[in-house]
Design a protein around this ligand. Structure first.
Ligand code: DC
Length: 231
């Protein structure tokens, strides 16, 4: 039988977590779950229903409406990854806008939102063979994951990557607004009370400010091979 492990990838926004996660899932034939997409979809729901905006968040109403939020991932073979669906609608594009990025960290501070999403994530990873990326995967969702990675890079490098991504898809964006958003999310994500972004004690840190994807991927694959040989 094929041995399979759980790979938890945490770190700051735009550190290339999802790029590495997708490559690993492809190579090892694992399921890939982008948990940030789930928090983004809940934020989109809140925005569409007038529950969150630039300067307000209706905690109570959002919590009362959580049962109306159904999330699922559907694999798109053309793209080679699973797209996010909110109540049956493909929201992959809408959840990646700067507007949603500006709301999501606020929504992700709500414990009831986290409880719902963590339970769904744990269910998806029940049988192992999964690569999951987010902020609390190695600390809260899968504290027993066999391999935990923690990605960092300078805020400037991350904002440059994000700017390029949004420009490439045709969004009208401003670099300073993106840099501000990256720094603001770092701050909110690392200081929130429930499940803050912290490196798990047993996570391996990668600062990829100056490291290319290929070099990182190669190093991470040898860590995976080592773990697979140990189980
Ligand atoms: O990975 P991302 O940038 O798409 O995530 C968007 C936001 O969602 C991030 O700023 C914080 C939140 N998030 C979280 O709190 N916990 C996770 N496991 C994943 C994302």
């Amino acid at each position: 039988m094929n041995k399979k492990i759980t790979i938890a990838i945490d770190g700051f926004s735009s550190t290339g977590k999802s790029t590495i996660a997708k490559l690993l899932a492809k190579k090892y034939n694992y399921i890939y779950v982008d948990t940030g997409a789930m928090y983004r979809a809940v934020s989109l729901f809140a925005k569409q229903n007038g529950l969150v905006g630039a300067d307000f968040l209706d905690h109570k109403k959002l919590i009362a409406n959580l049962f109306n939020i159904s999330l699922s991932f559907q694999y798109n073979s053309k793209l080679g990854f699973a797209e996010m669906f909110l109540n049956g609608q493909n929201v992959e594009k809408e959840i990646r806008t700067l507007e949603v990025s500006q709301l999501v960290s606020k929504v992700a501070t709500i414990s009831e939102v986290r409880k719902k999403l963590v339970a769904e994530q744990q269910q998806m990873g029940e049988s192992g063979g999964i690569v999951m990326d987010g902020r609390d995967i190695g600390t809260v969702v899968f504290p027993n994951a066999e391999l935990k990675l923690f990605m960092t890079a300078s805020a400037d490098k991350r904002a440059t990557r994000r700017y390029k991504e949004l420009m490439d898809r045709g969004d009208d964006v401003n670099f300073d607004a993106i840099l501000f958003n990256v720094q603001e999310r770092d701050q909110i994500d690392s200081t929130r009370e429930d499940s803050p972004l912290v490196k798990a004690d047993d996570a391996i840190e990668f600062d990829n400010s100056d490291m290319g994807i290929e070099e990182q991927f190669e190093r991470i694959c040898s860590l995976v091979e080592q773990k697979l040989s140990e189980i």
